[in-house]
Design a protein around this ligand. Structure first.
Ligand code: FE2
Length: 290
């Protein structure tokens, strides 16, 4: 191959390949959610299996919480924006997730846990993302990485741009999350009104954005799309994403990870590579081997 040839997959401004609104859903014991990934429209974006946004100040939408349930074969990432949620698992691990905190849980071979609101009224808001594990790590020991808001770097790459860096690197700083196979980038980006910002995204990574305040135009200048509050956009290839905030500014998640390109066998809270492994997960769970 001519070394002067430029590989179009390794550089350039990422286009938006899809813009999709989340779907209202209910999960746990009846918590109302906006499901952004993990729907019929968007079953997954390898390695991302699910993204839920929860945001309500009506206690009836969240009080039932997520009583004991199992996970095997992937990671769950909870990012709290408002409210308090207590989690506890069958290995004796427990803790309180408060506004601005992140819990990165590698379920690995299995845990049984609960995630229950620790408030009776007021706003509860945040996200839960599910990230797949490669086959070689699906049966690894469970692991938690938990960070309060104060341990999450806030980077200002330019005027009018504030990035909470949960995972990945920006401007010589690194988010606190480490040792994750898919080398994730997880940023909470705040943009002042009318600010233009080019966000770096590793060329090797699959990526999407989810806008949760205001709106942005995203993509190369010649083919920008509006992404409104409540919409997710899947990104094409490239090494950066151009963003232009609307008149009220914007806040969005920028999430990227190395695709696994492995077969996915998925049933509820178990995500494995083959149907036989799903059957084994049921058997192990029923026999108390989580
Ligand atoms: Fe869970």
């Amino acid at each position: 191959m001519n070394s002067l040839e430029r590989n179009p997959a390794t550089a350039g401004s990422r286009h938006l390949t899809r813009v999709v609104r989340g779907t209202p859903a209910s999960d746990g014991a009846g918590v109302k959610l906006n499901r952004v990934i993990g729907t019929q429209l968007v079953p997954d974006i390898d390695p991302f299996l699910m993204l839920d946004e929860f945001r309500s100040d009506a206690p009836g939408d969240y009080l039932a919480g997520f009583p004991d349930h199992p996970h095997r074969g992937f990671e769950t990432v909870t990012y709290m924006l408002a409210g308090r949620m207590r989690h506890a698992d069958n290995h004796g691990h427990s803790g309180l997730m408060e506004a601005g905190s992140v819990q990165w849980m590698t379920a690995g071979r299995g845990i049984v846990h609960s995630e229950m609101p620790e408030q009776e009224d007021g706003l509860m808001a945040g996200f839960q993302l599910w990230i797949n594990l490669p086959a070689r790590l699906k049966m690894s020991p469970p692991r938690y990485q938990e960070f309060p808001a104060a341990e999450i770097p806030v980077v200002q790459p330019q005027n009018g741009v504030t990035v909470k860096l949960i995972a990945g690197e920006l401007g010589g700083q690194a988010g606190p999350v480490s040792g994750v196979a898919t080398q994730p980038l997880y940023q909470d980006i705040g943009l002042d009104a009318h600010v233009a910002y080019a966000a770096a995204v590793p060329v090797t990574h699959q990526a999407f954005i989810y806008v949760f305040e205001g709106e942005v135009q995203a993509g190369p200048a010649e083919s920008r799309h509006v992404v409104q509050r409540g919409q997710m956009a899947v990104l094409g290839q490239g090494d950066h994403l151009e963003l232009l905030a609307g008149s009220e500014g914007a806040r969005l998640l920028l999430i990227a990870g190395l695709p696994l390109k492995e077969p996915v066998a998925r049933y509820g809270p178990f995500v494995m590579n083959t149907p036989q492994e799903i059957q084994q997960a049921f058997t192990d769970y029923q026999n108390g081997r989580f």
